[in-house]
Design a protein around this ligand. Structure first.
Ligand SMILES: C[S@@+](CC[C@H](N)C(=O)[O-])C[C@H]1O[C@@H](n2cnc3c(N)ncnc32)[C@H](O)[C@@H]1O
Length: 208
């Protein structure tokens, strides 16, 4: 029961004590994964960049600092209204200037035109998508051909949470996500181990 409740809050944090606590945990524990998702995606100053499931907004903050050319544009989407509001507050100056656009929406229905995004990054997000193929197809649609998508995860932690049934079903498995990416037209789909001073994490790459 508690595992289901925790999974529901991680997958869609709500404005509640539990949602607030989840946002604090995400800020404290996920900064390494968020920072590395940004850095590994190789953002160039004039790129159009998309973060999926940004949560409280740690990755958005770092990505915005790398987009130094006037054409540099950052887009963030999150399914949770609470996270959308939290990140909108955090990024309010960039949103006001038009450098950043944040959307409260589902990864499977992005309010974006075809082939406009150079880089996509996300972390701790795909496990909660009910249909990985739908999500991957939508990401591929909005990306420019040759663009790079990166997601970071700590597989040992995710597997432990899945064993406690915090993650629903089998979508947490990297193989499931990578198969959906290949089926949706991505190429060079691969997962690499990365060493951080405190732990090992994984990065999944895919080229649109
Ligand atoms: C575990 S949190 C991770 C947040 C942030 N990336 C981090 O690592 O701190 C998962 C986030 O993905 C969002 N999310 C889950 N499924 C989504 C979907 N289908 N579309 C958009 N956002 C989604 C949730 O609302 C939540 O903010």
């Amino acid at each position: 029961m508690w595992a289901e409740k925790l999974g529901a809050q991680l997958g869609n944090p709500t404005r509640s004590l539990a949602g607030w606590m989840v946002s604090k945990v995400l800020r404290k524990r996920n900064h390494v994964l968020e920072e590395n998702a940004v850095l590994l995606s190789g953002i160039q100053p004039g790129d159009t960049v998309l973060e999926l499931g940004h949560g409280p907004g740690l990755g958005l903050q770092l990505a915005a600092t790398l987009l130094t050319k006037p054409t540099g544009h950052l887009i963030g989407v999150d399914y949770s209204e609470y996270m959308h509001q939290m990140a909108s507050k955090q990024m309010k100056e960039h949103v006001a200037s038009g450098k950043v656009n944040l959307y409260h929406c589902d990864v499977a229905a992005l309010p974006l035109a075809d082939s406009i995004v150079d880089k996509v990054f996300h972390c701790n997000c795909y496990y909660f998508w009910p249909d990985l193929r739908k999500g991957a197809t939508e990401i591929h649609r909005v990306m420019k051909p040759g663009g790079l998508m990166v997601t970071t995860l700590r597989l040992s932690n995710v597997a432990a949470m899945a064993a406690m049934r915090v993650m629903p079903g089998e979508n947490w498995r990297p193989e499931a996500y990578m198969a959906a990416l290949r089926d949706s037209g991505f190429t060079d789909v691969r997962m690499e181990d990365k060493e951080h001073k405190q732990f090992t994490f994984q990065a999944i790459y895919a080229t649109a």
